[in-house]
Design a protein around this ligand. Structure first.
Ligand code: BES
Ligand code: MN
Ligand code: ZN
Length: 377
Protein backbone atom coordinates (compact mmCIF):
# COMPACT_ATOMS: atom_id res chain seq x y z
CA UNK A 1 0.00 0.00 0.00
CA UNK A 2 2.78 2.41 0.88
CA UNK A 3 4.62 1.74 -2.38
CA UNK A 4 1.50 1.99 -4.54
CA UNK A 5 0.34 5.20 -2.85
CA UNK A 6 3.79 6.77 -3.25
CA UNK A 7 3.90 5.85 -6.95
CA UNK A 8 0.40 7.21 -7.50
CA UNK A 9 1.24 10.43 -5.69
CA UNK A 10 4.50 10.98 -7.57
CA UNK A 11 2.99 10.28 -10.99
CA UNK A 12 -0.18 12.35 -10.45
CA UNK A 13 -0.57 15.48 -12.50
CA UNK A 14 -3.42 17.96 -12.57
CA UNK A 15 -4.87 18.37 -16.05
CA UNK A 16 -8.47 19.59 -16.06
CA UNK A 17 -7.96 23.31 -16.79
CA UNK A 18 -4.87 23.05 -19.04
CA UNK A 19 -5.35 23.54 -22.79
CA UNK A 20 -2.51 21.10 -23.47
CA UNK A 21 -2.62 18.64 -20.60
CA UNK A 22 0.35 16.37 -20.02
CA UNK A 23 -1.12 12.93 -19.53
CA UNK A 24 0.20 10.58 -16.88
CA UNK A 25 3.12 8.58 -18.21
CA UNK A 26 3.08 5.82 -15.61
CA UNK A 27 0.56 3.32 -16.99
CA UNK A 28 1.03 0.13 -15.05
CA UNK A 29 2.74 -1.13 -11.92
CA UNK A 30 3.46 -4.83 -11.41
CA UNK A 31 4.01 -6.22 -7.93
CA UNK A 32 5.55 -9.64 -7.63
CA UNK A 33 5.16 -11.88 -4.61
CA UNK A 34 6.19 -15.41 -3.77
CA UNK A 35 2.68 -16.44 -2.78
CA UNK A 36 -0.44 -14.67 -3.94
CA UNK A 37 -3.16 -15.24 -1.37
CA UNK A 38 -6.53 -13.69 -0.51
CA UNK A 39 -4.94 -11.32 1.97
CA UNK A 40 -2.61 -9.90 -0.66
CA UNK A 41 -5.42 -9.62 -3.19
CA UNK A 42 -7.54 -7.72 -0.66
CA UNK A 43 -4.68 -5.39 0.18
CA UNK A 44 -4.29 -4.65 -3.53
CA UNK A 45 -8.02 -4.04 -4.00
CA UNK A 46 -8.03 -1.76 -0.96
CA UNK A 47 -5.05 0.18 -2.31
CA UNK A 48 -6.53 0.59 -5.78
CA UNK A 49 -9.76 1.92 -4.27
CA UNK A 50 -7.77 4.17 -1.93
CA UNK A 51 -5.75 5.66 -4.79
CA UNK A 52 -8.93 6.23 -6.82
CA UNK A 53 -10.46 7.99 -3.80
CA UNK A 54 -7.38 10.11 -3.12
CA UNK A 55 -7.31 11.21 -6.76
CA UNK A 56 -10.96 12.25 -6.68
CA UNK A 57 -10.20 14.34 -3.58
CA UNK A 58 -7.11 15.89 -5.22
CA UNK A 59 -8.96 16.64 -8.43
CA UNK A 60 -11.80 18.55 -6.74
CA UNK A 61 -9.58 20.35 -4.23
CA UNK A 62 -7.15 21.42 -6.98
CA UNK A 63 -9.81 22.80 -9.29
CA UNK A 64 -10.04 26.60 -9.34
CA UNK A 65 -13.14 27.94 -7.60
CA UNK A 66 -14.77 28.91 -10.92
CA UNK A 67 -14.47 25.26 -11.97
CA UNK A 68 -15.62 23.87 -8.62
CA UNK A 69 -18.74 25.81 -7.64
CA UNK A 70 -21.26 24.38 -5.14
CA UNK A 71 -23.41 23.24 -8.10
CA UNK A 72 -20.45 21.51 -9.79
CA UNK A 73 -19.56 19.78 -6.49
CA UNK A 74 -23.15 18.55 -6.28
CA UNK A 75 -22.94 17.16 -9.82
CA UNK A 76 -19.70 15.40 -8.92
CA UNK A 77 -21.37 13.87 -5.84
CA UNK A 78 -24.24 12.59 -7.99
CA UNK A 79 -21.82 11.05 -10.48
CA UNK A 80 -19.86 9.29 -7.70
CA UNK A 81 -22.96 8.08 -5.83
CA UNK A 82 -24.15 5.93 -8.76
CA UNK A 83 -25.27 2.34 -8.37
CA UNK A 84 -27.69 0.33 -6.25
CA UNK A 85 -25.94 0.89 -2.90
CA UNK A 86 -25.97 4.68 -3.29
CA UNK A 87 -28.34 7.61 -2.96
CA UNK A 88 -27.63 11.29 -3.43
CA UNK A 89 -29.92 14.20 -2.67
CA UNK A 90 -29.02 17.82 -3.42
CA UNK A 91 -30.79 20.71 -1.72
CA UNK A 92 -30.75 24.41 -2.66
CA UNK A 93 -31.54 27.70 -0.85
CA UNK A 94 -35.28 26.95 -0.67
CA UNK A 95 -34.92 23.62 1.13
CA UNK A 96 -32.10 24.88 3.37
CA UNK A 97 -34.26 27.86 4.39
CA UNK A 98 -37.11 25.47 5.20
CA UNK A 99 -34.77 23.41 7.39
CA UNK A 100 -33.95 26.59 9.34
CA UNK A 101 -30.21 26.50 8.69
CA UNK A 102 -29.72 30.18 9.57
CA UNK A 103 -25.96 29.87 10.12
CA UNK A 104 -25.26 28.20 6.75
CA UNK A 105 -27.59 30.70 5.03
CA UNK A 106 -25.74 33.63 6.67
CA UNK A 107 -22.45 32.55 5.07
CA UNK A 108 -24.11 32.12 1.67
CA UNK A 109 -25.78 35.57 1.71
CA UNK A 110 -22.88 37.34 0.01
CA UNK A 111 -22.44 34.78 -2.76
CA UNK A 112 -23.96 35.01 -6.22
CA UNK A 113 -23.40 31.28 -6.73
CA UNK A 114 -26.30 29.43 -5.12
CA UNK A 115 -25.53 27.23 -2.10
CA UNK A 116 -25.92 23.47 -2.20
CA UNK A 117 -26.48 21.03 0.64
CA UNK A 118 -25.37 17.59 -0.54
CA UNK A 119 -26.56 14.38 1.18
CA UNK A 120 -24.85 11.18 0.01
CA UNK A 121 -25.71 7.72 1.29
CA UNK A 122 -23.88 4.44 0.95
CA UNK A 123 -25.75 1.37 2.26
CA UNK A 124 -23.52 -1.68 2.45
CA UNK A 125 -25.19 -3.12 5.57
CA UNK A 126 -28.80 -3.70 6.69
CA UNK A 127 -30.74 -0.48 7.32
CA UNK A 128 -30.96 -1.33 11.04
CA UNK A 129 -27.21 -0.73 11.37
CA UNK A 130 -26.48 2.85 12.51
CA UNK A 131 -24.38 4.76 9.97
CA UNK A 132 -21.17 6.72 10.32
CA UNK A 133 -21.80 10.30 9.14
CA UNK A 134 -19.00 12.27 7.47
CA UNK A 135 -19.47 16.04 7.26
CA UNK A 136 -17.14 17.88 4.86
CA UNK A 137 -16.62 21.67 4.90
CA UNK A 138 -17.46 22.80 1.37
CA UNK A 139 -16.42 26.47 1.15
CA UNK A 140 -15.59 26.59 -2.57
CA UNK A 141 -13.84 29.92 -2.06
CA UNK A 142 -13.16 31.76 1.19
CA UNK A 143 -12.52 35.49 0.74
CA UNK A 144 -13.27 35.99 4.43
CA UNK A 145 -16.47 37.88 3.54
CA UNK A 146 -16.76 41.42 5.00
CA UNK A 147 -13.92 40.45 7.40
CA UNK A 148 -11.92 40.15 4.18
CA UNK A 149 -8.59 38.32 3.99
CA UNK A 150 -5.34 39.97 2.78
CA UNK A 151 -4.54 39.51 -0.92
CA UNK A 152 -1.35 37.46 -0.50
CA UNK A 153 -1.98 33.77 -1.20
CA UNK A 154 -5.72 34.27 -1.18
CA UNK A 155 -5.86 31.97 -4.22
CA UNK A 156 -5.18 29.09 -1.81
CA UNK A 157 -8.66 29.56 -0.39
CA UNK A 158 -9.94 27.59 -3.39
CA UNK A 159 -8.81 24.61 -1.27
CA UNK A 160 -11.30 25.50 1.45
CA UNK A 161 -13.56 22.69 0.23
CA UNK A 162 -10.90 20.03 0.86
CA UNK A 163 -13.05 18.48 3.61
CA UNK A 164 -15.88 18.10 1.09
CA UNK A 165 -13.41 16.71 -1.47
CA UNK A 166 -12.28 14.08 1.05
CA UNK A 167 -15.91 12.96 1.51
CA UNK A 168 -16.26 12.61 -2.28
CA UNK A 169 -13.01 10.62 -2.31
CA UNK A 170 -14.20 8.27 0.44
CA UNK A 171 -17.45 7.63 -1.42
CA UNK A 172 -15.50 6.86 -4.58
CA UNK A 173 -13.49 4.24 -2.66
CA UNK A 174 -16.65 2.80 -1.00
CA UNK A 175 -18.14 2.26 -4.45
CA UNK A 176 -15.13 0.15 -5.44
CA UNK A 177 -14.77 -1.83 -2.19
CA UNK A 178 -18.43 -2.22 -1.17
CA UNK A 179 -17.71 -2.86 2.53
CA UNK A 180 -20.56 -3.97 4.83
CA UNK A 181 -21.20 -0.64 6.54
CA UNK A 182 -23.55 2.30 6.20
CA UNK A 183 -22.08 5.73 5.57
CA UNK A 184 -23.72 9.14 5.13
CA UNK A 185 -21.84 12.06 3.59
CA UNK A 186 -23.03 15.63 4.24
CA UNK A 187 -21.56 18.61 2.39
CA UNK A 188 -22.67 22.19 3.07
CA UNK A 189 -21.27 24.00 0.02
CA UNK A 190 -21.10 27.75 -0.64
CA UNK A 191 -18.70 30.57 -1.42
CA UNK A 192 -17.85 33.08 1.34
CA UNK A 193 -18.00 36.49 -0.39
CA UNK A 194 -18.23 40.19 0.54
CA UNK A 195 -21.28 41.90 -0.95
CA UNK A 196 -24.04 44.41 -0.22
CA UNK A 197 -26.17 41.48 0.92
CA UNK A 198 -23.40 39.79 2.89
CA UNK A 199 -23.66 39.03 6.60
CA UNK A 200 -21.94 41.71 8.73
CA UNK A 201 -19.78 41.48 11.85
CA UNK A 202 -22.10 41.69 14.84
CA UNK A 203 -25.11 40.16 13.05
CA UNK A 204 -26.96 37.56 15.09
CA UNK A 205 -28.44 34.52 13.34
CA UNK A 206 -30.41 31.48 14.50
CA UNK A 207 -28.92 28.10 13.72
CA UNK A 208 -30.97 24.98 12.92
CA UNK A 209 -30.40 23.83 16.52
CA UNK A 210 -32.20 26.93 17.80
CA UNK A 211 -29.02 28.38 19.31
CA UNK A 212 -28.39 31.99 18.31
CA UNK A 213 -24.92 32.98 17.10
CA UNK A 214 -23.23 36.39 17.09
CA UNK A 215 -21.08 36.48 13.95
CA UNK A 216 -18.21 38.67 15.16
CA UNK A 217 -15.92 37.64 12.29
CA UNK A 218 -17.31 36.59 8.91
CA UNK A 219 -14.03 34.79 8.17
CA UNK A 220 -14.89 32.17 10.80
CA UNK A 221 -17.44 30.79 8.32
CA UNK A 222 -16.50 27.10 8.32
CA UNK A 223 -17.94 26.52 11.80
CA UNK A 224 -21.15 28.29 10.71
CA UNK A 225 -21.85 25.97 7.77
CA UNK A 226 -20.73 22.92 9.77
CA UNK A 227 -22.90 23.59 12.84
CA UNK A 228 -26.11 23.31 10.84
CA UNK A 229 -24.89 20.17 9.06
CA UNK A 230 -24.04 18.68 12.50
CA UNK A 231 -27.60 19.33 13.65
CA UNK A 232 -28.95 17.80 10.44
CA UNK A 233 -26.81 14.69 11.14
CA UNK A 234 -28.95 13.87 14.21
CA UNK A 235 -31.73 12.48 12.01
CA UNK A 236 -29.56 9.53 10.95
CA UNK A 237 -29.20 8.30 14.57
CA UNK A 238 -25.51 7.87 13.78
CA UNK A 239 -23.05 5.67 15.62
CA UNK A 240 -20.45 8.38 15.02
CA UNK A 241 -20.22 11.75 13.26
CA UNK A 242 -16.86 12.95 11.93
CA UNK A 243 -16.50 16.41 10.45
CA UNK A 244 -13.54 17.21 8.22
CA UNK A 245 -12.59 20.84 7.67
CA UNK A 246 -9.84 23.25 6.67
CA UNK A 247 -11.02 25.14 9.71
CA UNK A 248 -8.24 27.26 11.23
CA UNK A 249 -4.92 28.85 10.41
CA UNK A 250 -4.14 28.21 14.09
CA UNK A 251 -4.08 24.45 13.42
CA UNK A 252 -1.43 25.03 10.73
CA UNK A 253 0.66 26.82 13.35
CA UNK A 254 0.07 24.09 15.95
CA UNK A 255 0.70 20.94 13.89
CA UNK A 256 2.01 22.05 10.46
CA UNK A 257 1.55 19.74 7.49
CA UNK A 258 2.43 16.50 9.29
CA UNK A 259 -0.59 15.59 11.40
CA UNK A 260 -4.19 16.75 11.15
CA UNK A 261 -5.80 18.06 14.33
CA UNK A 262 -8.16 15.57 15.98
CA UNK A 263 -10.77 16.71 18.49
CA UNK A 264 -13.27 14.34 20.02
CA UNK A 265 -15.73 14.11 22.86
CA UNK A 266 -15.47 10.28 22.74
CA UNK A 267 -12.30 8.44 23.77
CA UNK A 268 -13.08 5.24 21.83
CA UNK A 269 -13.77 7.17 18.63
CA UNK A 270 -10.64 9.29 19.10
CA UNK A 271 -8.53 6.18 19.59
CA UNK A 272 -9.98 4.46 16.52
CA UNK A 273 -9.22 7.52 14.38
CA UNK A 274 -5.72 7.94 15.77
CA UNK A 275 -5.00 4.26 15.01
CA UNK A 276 -6.47 4.51 11.50
CA UNK A 277 -4.30 7.54 10.87
CA UNK A 278 -1.10 5.86 12.00
CA UNK A 279 -1.89 2.64 10.10
CA UNK A 280 -2.59 4.48 6.84
CA UNK A 281 0.30 6.94 6.98
CA UNK A 282 -2.28 9.75 7.16
CA UNK A 283 -1.81 10.64 10.80
CA UNK A 284 -3.64 12.93 13.19
CA UNK A 285 -2.99 14.12 16.75
CA UNK A 286 -5.53 14.56 19.50
CA UNK A 287 -6.06 18.05 20.85
CA UNK A 288 -7.89 19.06 24.05
CA UNK A 289 -11.50 20.15 24.54
CA UNK A 290 -11.47 21.38 28.16
CA UNK A 291 -14.53 23.46 28.98
CA UNK A 292 -12.26 26.35 30.02
CA UNK A 293 -11.39 26.86 26.33
CA UNK A 294 -15.02 27.85 25.63
CA UNK A 295 -14.82 30.93 27.87
CA UNK A 296 -13.99 33.31 25.01
CA UNK A 297 -17.02 32.24 22.96
CA UNK A 298 -19.42 33.92 25.40
CA UNK A 299 -21.57 36.64 23.85
CA UNK A 300 -23.73 39.40 25.29
CA UNK A 301 -26.06 39.37 22.31
CA UNK A 302 -26.46 35.68 21.45
CA UNK A 303 -26.10 32.20 22.95
CA UNK A 304 -22.59 31.96 21.53
CA UNK A 305 -20.11 34.02 19.47
CA UNK A 306 -18.43 32.51 16.40
CA UNK A 307 -14.91 33.54 17.48
CA UNK A 308 -12.92 33.79 20.69
CA UNK A 309 -9.53 35.47 21.18
CA UNK A 310 -6.32 34.69 19.29
CA UNK A 311 -5.12 32.00 21.69
CA UNK A 312 -5.70 28.30 20.94
CA UNK A 313 -7.71 29.15 17.82
CA UNK A 314 -8.10 25.58 16.61
CA UNK A 315 -9.41 24.51 20.04
CA UNK A 316 -11.94 27.33 20.40
CA UNK A 317 -13.22 26.52 16.88
CA UNK A 318 -13.70 22.90 17.97
CA UNK A 319 -15.42 24.05 21.19
CA UNK A 320 -17.88 26.00 19.03
CA UNK A 321 -18.66 22.90 16.94
CA UNK A 322 -18.99 20.70 20.04
CA UNK A 323 -22.09 22.67 21.13
CA UNK A 324 -23.88 21.31 18.06
CA UNK A 325 -22.66 17.72 18.37
CA UNK A 326 -23.91 16.68 21.82
CA UNK A 327 -26.35 13.99 20.66
CA UNK A 328 -23.87 11.39 19.26
CA UNK A 329 -20.19 10.40 19.50
CA UNK A 330 -18.41 13.14 17.56
CA UNK A 331 -14.96 13.85 16.19
CA UNK A 332 -13.58 16.81 14.27
CA UNK A 333 -10.54 16.72 11.97
CA UNK A 334 -8.91 20.10 11.30
CA UNK A 335 -7.05 19.52 8.02
CA UNK A 336 -5.99 23.14 7.37
CA UNK A 337 -2.32 22.14 7.47
CA UNK A 338 -2.53 18.73 5.77
CA UNK A 339 -5.01 19.09 2.88
CA UNK A 340 -2.64 20.94 0.56
CA UNK A 341 0.97 22.01 0.13
CA UNK A 342 1.99 25.61 -0.60
CA UNK A 343 4.96 26.94 -2.54
CA UNK A 344 6.62 25.27 -5.52
CA UNK A 345 4.89 21.91 -4.98
CA UNK A 346 1.51 23.62 -4.53
CA UNK A 347 -1.36 21.18 -4.67
CA UNK A 348 -3.94 19.09 -2.87
CA UNK A 349 -2.69 16.03 -0.98
CA UNK A 350 -5.89 13.96 -0.95
CA UNK A 351 -5.73 13.77 2.84
CA UNK A 352 -7.44 12.53 4.97
CA UNK A 353 -9.06 10.00 2.59
CA UNK A 354 -6.54 7.35 3.74
CA UNK A 355 -7.33 7.90 7.42
CA UNK A 356 -11.11 7.87 6.88
CA UNK A 357 -11.10 4.78 4.68
CA UNK A 358 -8.91 2.89 7.16
CA UNK A 359 -11.30 3.86 9.97
CA UNK A 360 -14.41 2.81 8.02
CA UNK A 361 -12.95 -0.53 6.94
CA UNK A 362 -11.91 -1.25 10.52
CA UNK A 363 -15.48 -0.44 11.61
CA UNK A 364 -16.82 -2.87 9.03
CA UNK A 365 -14.71 -5.45 10.86
CA UNK A 366 -12.76 -8.40 9.49
CA UNK A 367 -15.92 -10.46 8.90
CA UNK A 368 -17.59 -7.70 6.94
CA UNK A 369 -14.42 -6.98 4.98
CA UNK A 370 -14.22 -10.65 4.03
CA UNK A 371 -17.84 -10.76 2.86
CA UNK A 372 -17.17 -7.69 0.72
CA UNK A 373 -14.09 -9.26 -0.82
CA UNK A 374 -16.10 -12.42 -1.65
CA UNK A 375 -18.76 -10.26 -3.30
CA UNK A 376 -16.09 -8.63 -5.44
CA UNK A 377 -14.82 -11.99 -6.72
N1 BES B 1 -10.43 28.59 5.76
C1 BES B 1 -9.92 29.33 6.85
C2 BES B 1 -8.84 28.56 7.61
C3 BES B 1 -7.48 28.48 6.96
C4 BES B 1 -6.62 29.55 6.99
C5 BES B 1 -7.06 27.29 6.40
C6 BES B 1 -5.37 29.45 6.42
C7 BES B 1 -5.79 27.20 5.84
C8 BES B 1 -4.94 28.28 5.85
C9 BES B 1 -11.03 29.66 7.84
O1 BES B 1 -12.27 29.86 7.29
C10 BES B 1 -10.63 30.92 8.52
O2 BES B 1 -10.56 31.92 7.86
N2 BES B 1 -10.37 30.85 9.82
C11 BES B 1 -9.95 31.98 10.57
C12 BES B 1 -10.66 31.97 11.89
C13 BES B 1 -10.49 33.24 12.67
C14 BES B 1 -11.24 34.38 12.01
C15 BES B 1 -11.02 33.01 14.07
C16 BES B 1 -8.43 31.88 10.75
O3 BES B 1 -7.93 30.76 10.97
O4 BES B 1 -7.78 32.90 10.65
MN1 MN C 1 -12.57 31.88 6.68
ZN1 ZN D 1 -12.66 28.92 5.53
Amino acid sequence: QVAACALADASYSYTSTLSKPKPRTLKQVVFSAETVNAELRDALAHTQALVAGIEVAKEWANRPANHATPSLLANAAKAIAKGPAFKCEVMGPKEVTKLGMGAFLAVARGAAEPLRFIVMRYSGAPAAQAPVVLVGKGITFDTGGISIKPAAEMDEMKYDMSGAASVLGVFKALGELKPAINVVGLIPATENMPDGQAVKPGDVVTSMSGQTIEILNTDAEGRLVLCDALTYAERFKPRAVIDIATLTGACVIALGGVRSGLFSSDDALAQALQLAGDASGDACWRMPLDEDYAEGLKSRYADVANVAGRQAGSVTAAKFLQRFASRYPWAHLDIAGTAWRSGAAKGATGRPVGLLLAYLLAQAGPAAAKAASNRRR
